[in-house]
Write a protein that binds this ligand. Sequence first.
Ligand code: ADE
Length: 254
Amino acid sequence: MNFTILTLFPEMFSALLVGGIVKRAVERQYISIEPINIRSFAKDRHRTVDDRPYGGGCGMVMKPEPLAEAIRHAREKHPEAYTLVLTPQGRLFNQQVAQELAGCAGLILVCGRYEGIDERVREDLVDDELSVGDYVLTGGELAAMVVIDAVSRLIPGTLGSERSAQEDSFSTGLLEYPQYTRPKSFEGSNVPEVLLSGDHNAIRRWRRQTSLVRTVLKRPDLLMDQPLTRDDIEFMKKLQQDINTIIGKQSIAS
Ligand code: ADE
């Protein structure tokens, strides 16, 4: 998968190559990351990339000509790629969108700065708009890096073990179960016995059930349209009964 990034700050993307899975994926050629400076498509002596907004108002807008040229250049080089603008007005990026994008032949990520890009470029040369959350960043670069990071780890081969991408939070629709490593006892707190038992069925059940409890407590919204198994429902009913019994005993006592 090729990620072409159109930006005024191409140096920022070297942060992805400092270490970790994305760096390794680039080295092993599962992905390539190609930042292109939009300024290099500006034609005037000062290499101007922004201008005042028509109609007045504060801030500057990214001029259409250099940006349009930069997008056309990237599209010619990668005709199969999907072109996205990073903007707080976009579709909210989540694990499902990451999965969708991981299936694309390539991505062209357009990073806005200032008050945004000229509307005509957005209308004519962009396939989709993405936001990484309901807050305003100073530009699309950090958002593009979030997208590159989350999509890269879904490209087959980038993670050491393919299973870890399938099992992590959100891919199963649930939050991930608690993880432990050595030592067995740390500052008076012990690893749950079941994980030391060697009973793989019991471990699988414990992991599923702790995932369910965590999700109910931290992100119940994720469970609202999540298909649950018969075992999941049995487990949750039992939990509900236990909670009701505990509450019942409290009201008798008080
Ligand atoms: N640019 C500025 N804020 C952004 C956000 N929240 N998501 C994507 N791009 C942005």
